[in-house]
Write a protein that binds this ligand. Structure first.
Ligand code: URA
Length: 310
């Protein structure tokens, strides 16, 4: 059979042999070595390789069945059929390709750790938090973020989770939304750290400030519950939906929840709770600032024992 000399030269240079092969040559070792699989396809040569693998004119022999190539691309080169090379050794076959990530939880010792959290005093609780590896956020955080303020502050405000600035400084609400919060408190005559303690539902920053995941909230609530028990607030202020949901167990929107005094259960005690917008929402929606100001005034009146107003 005649060969196209120019094409054959190119294919020869690629190490893939001539255009046509005779049926009886298929099983020969030389042909196997020069097959497209052995020729290691570089993408720029795909066309030539695909054409080089045009099946023989006659049907394959029954002893060497070969599926028909699709669209002219040899079976072995089709991306959707790519079979990775066999592992080099038996141990490599059982070894995972990448080191498995460290487990997010420390089961079974988590139970002992969390039971210590449930009964720790304020200082011990902060130390335990620094050591916490109960969820995946422990692998991405820079610092744990415990609290601003301590037991004795009559008002406790609860936010969602630390952001980038808090992650670096290890203190809640120190970034832009924190500055707005400090201003809002100042506007009603309240001071952070003395009148008001500030904590979050999550104590570690979620990557890219994504929403807290239910499993993170559920494990971190051991810290939240213990903090609330030790802080024993006279009034709670819940900032944003995740805080309202974690403490009041409701998923209603803030617009519905704000403006009235709710009842939160803390260590068997009923504590008045006011819901307001999260400060980072106020940064985006300045018209709502006034509502937050009213909510903080309501918290102050509630603390003073005045009748709550809607
Ligand atoms: N947002 C929060 O909910 N908490 C912080 O500490 C900072 C930003």
């Amino acid at each position: 059979m005649a060969l196209d000399p120019r094409r054959s030269e190119i294919w020869k240079a690629l190490g893939i042999g001539p255009e046509w092969i005779l049926r009886e040559e298929e099983g020969e070792p030389e042909r196997q070595a020069a097959s497209p699989r052995a020729a290691c396809p570089a993408s720029g040569h795909q066309d030539a390789i695909a054409r080089a693998a045009v099946p023989p004119v006659s049907a394959p022999t029954p002893s060497a069945p070969r599926p028909a190539p699709v669209s002219g691309v040899p079976e072995t080169l089709r991306e959707d059929r790519f079979v990775p090379p066999a592992p080099r050794s038996a141990s490599a076959a059982t070894r995972p390709a990448q080191a498995a990530p460290a487990p997010a939880t420390r089961a079974p010792s988590d139970a002992a750790f969390l039971s210590e959290v449930d009964s720790a005093d304020w200082e011990r609780l902060e130390a335990l938090l620094r050591d916490c590896k109960c969820c995946g956020l422990s692998r991405t955080r820079i610092k744990t973020v415990f609290a601003d303020g301590r037991p004795g502050c009559p008002i406790v405000m609860v936010g969602e989770a630390p952001g980038a600035d808090e992650d670096i400084q290890g203190k809640p609400f120190v970034g832009k939304s924190g500055q707005l919060l400090t201003q809002a408190l100042g506007a009603v005559g309240l001071e952070r750290g003395t009148d008001v303690a500030i904590i979050n539902v999550l104590k570690c920053r979620p990557p890219h400030n994504r929403d807290p995941r239910p499993e993170e909230v559920s494990v971190c609530r051991h810290f939240l519950d213990r903090q609330l028990a030790l802080l024993a607030p006279k009034v709670l202020v819940l900032m944003g939906r995740p805080a309202a949901s974690a403490v009041l167990g409701t998923d209603q929107p803030i617009s519905r929840l704000r403006g009235s005094v709710h009842q939160a259960e803390i260590s068997g005690r009923t504590v008045p709770a006011i819901v307001t917008y999260h400060p980072s929402y106020l940064l985006r929606s300045l018209t709502e600032k006034e509502k937050c100001w009213h909510d903080l005034l309501l918290a102050k009146r509630t603390l003073a024992g005045a009748a709550p107003q809607a």
